[in-house]
Ligand binder design. Structure first.
Ligand SMILES: C[S@@+](CC[C@H](N)C(=O)[O-])C[C@H]1O[C@@H](n2cnc3c(N)ncnc32)[C@H](O)[C@@H]1O
Length: 454
């Protein structure tokens, strides 16, 4: 366990660096006009990836940091699906015909809250408007407690091949305090139904740092999940406490939230359990079996990081469809209207426009820093001087980073070998802190935009 002065030094609030610049830099100076121009500028033949966001759940988990709400009326859910179809049509019209697609990801929220006929209609539209390549990854997030009986066969028929299931923690005390009561049997049943429908790649999400969570309990959860569900991949997130953004988190018993040292111990126990079960650690918070495409990409230095986390997807353009969805282009990023009702209104009142309302342009400096940050987050190794040279920057471009890098070396988090930075295993939990050294937009201490780093 790192000494307490290390925990204090690296304990600030930091982004997860799923992009650079991060969403904290988005503002209203970038919006529909940029989305329009950037879509039209994607060269013909360039493959794109699609993300479809469904902001509905069957119940709200108190810990959840996502943009989601409970909508019981299936008519409203179906109406939202029509908006997704409409937005897909607007995007396709600007990209031109026959655009290849290699990754389709449905997230939320809980996308299976869409009525089955609506899911079918959206996927049929997507296949009609885009050329989804053979072997493309088509993935979806599921809540194992609320998977309608007819959904797994439907997903199999529509070509889905990966599913991510939220599990978080198996301890009933933690589950009750977090507002997410889910038995192991429910999760096992969900995995079995998905596998029998031909959706063979299963991811599981775990969280540490939840109220009343203990190191032993977190380790037991990881062991049980690895042994019984045998997922291909796991994401192990540190609970992000952002009650100033997500009011529902204020309902958690704040006094029962584990402090940073305890969170690190939970993370370490989960890490040990998963490695023992045969998984390899990937980047900040992912695990996969040796031979899995994610492992192979990590070993080859071709792993990427985007708004969905770690991915093997190298597509330079990711287009987000739906309320709050973010699109990423070489020129910058745009985000759709966040609230579902306002997204619907924007789609209805501006039929000739895209529903993007915020975003950021990428400067040459952002591109350079973004590459260094992405390589650090993916490879745990980077040579900022070599990356700088490729971007036409002098070796002095990161002179200001050296004091923090030397401190990180003294703390055992990195090894500096000439201009190469290697993150140690002890440094892996602190990856965001190391990446932040290269973040020119990082907010001054005390400004709360992100969750605590540890
Ligand atoms: C977008 S959510 C969708 C979950 C899915 N609808 C379900 O119910 O299982 C994906 C994952 O984000 C993670 N997550 C959500 N809120 C979080 C928070 N505040 N801190 C850390 N991870 C969080 C959870 O692990 C969750 O499974």
């Amino acid at each position: 366990m790192p000494p307490s002065d290390v925990l204090v030094r690296y304990g600030g609030n930091l982004p997860r660096y799923t992009s650079y610049p991060t969403a904290a830099q988005f503002d209203a100076t970038v919006g529909a006009a940029e989305a329009e121009a950037w879509l039209r500028a994607v060269p013909a033949g360039t493959p794109i990836s699609l993300y479809l966001h469904v902001p509905f759940c069957d119940v709200l988990c108190l810990f959840c940091g996502c943009n989601t709400s409970v909508v019981r009326d299936s008519g409203l859910r179906a109406a939202y699906g029509l908006l997704l179809i409409d937005e897909l049509q607007r995007v396709a019209a600007r990209l031109g015909p026959d655009r290849p697609v290699r990754h389709v990801q449905w997230g939320g929220g809980t996308p299976t809250t869409l009525p089955p006929a609506t899911m079918r209609a959206v996927m049929e539209t997507l296949h009609r408007l885009f050329r989804v390549e053979a072997g493309a990854e088509i993935a979806i997030e599921l809540d194992p407690r609320f998977l309608p009986e007819d959904y797994p066969p439907l997903l199999g028929e529509l070509g889905f091949n990966r599913a991510s299931l939220g599990v978080q923690d198996l301890d009933p005390v933690v589950q009750a305090a977090s507002g997410r009561v889910q038995s192991l049997e429910q999760t096992e049943d969900c995995v079995r139904r998905m596998r029998s429908a031909g959706i063979s790649s299963i991811n599981v999400d775990l969280i540490y740092g939840l109220p009343y969570q203990t190191t032993d309990g977190a380790g037991d959860t990881a062991l049980t999940v690895a042994d019984t569900l045998r997922p291909d991949r796991l994401a192990v997130f540190g609970y992000a406490h952002v009650p100033w953004k997500q009011k529902r988190q204020a309902l958690l018993p704040q006094g029962a939230l584990p402090p940073p040292a305890e969170r690190l111990a939970q993370r370490a126990r989960i890490d040990a359990a998963l490695r023992l079960a045969g998984y390899r650690a990937i980047g900040l918070d992912h695990y996969a079996r040796p031979g899995d495409a994610l492992c192979r990409a990590a070993e080859a230095g071709t792993l990427h990081r985007n708004f969905q986390g770690y991915t093997v997807d190298p597509a330079p353009v990711l287009i987000g469809i739906g309320a709050s969805a973010i699109s990423s282009f070489p020129q910058g990023m745009t985000q759709n209207v966040p609230a579902q009702a306002f997204y619907a209104r924007a789609m209805e009142t501006m039929p000739d426009s895209l529903p993007a309302v915020r975003g950021v342009c990428r400067t040459a400096d952002d591109r350079l820093r973004g590459e260094v940050i992405e390589r650090l987050m993916c490879d745990l190794k980077v040579d900022p001087a070599a990356v700088g040279a490729r971007h036409g920057a002098p070796a002095s471009w990161y002179d200001g980073a050296w004091p923090a890098l030397r401190q990180a070396q003294a703390d055992g988090l990195v090894v500096l070998d000439g201009t190469v930075i290697r993150v140690t295993e002890e440094g892996r939990p602190f990856l965001r802190n190391i990446a932040a050294v290269f973040d020119a937009h990082h907010a001054p201490a005390g400004v709360k935009r992100h969750a605590g780093a540890l």
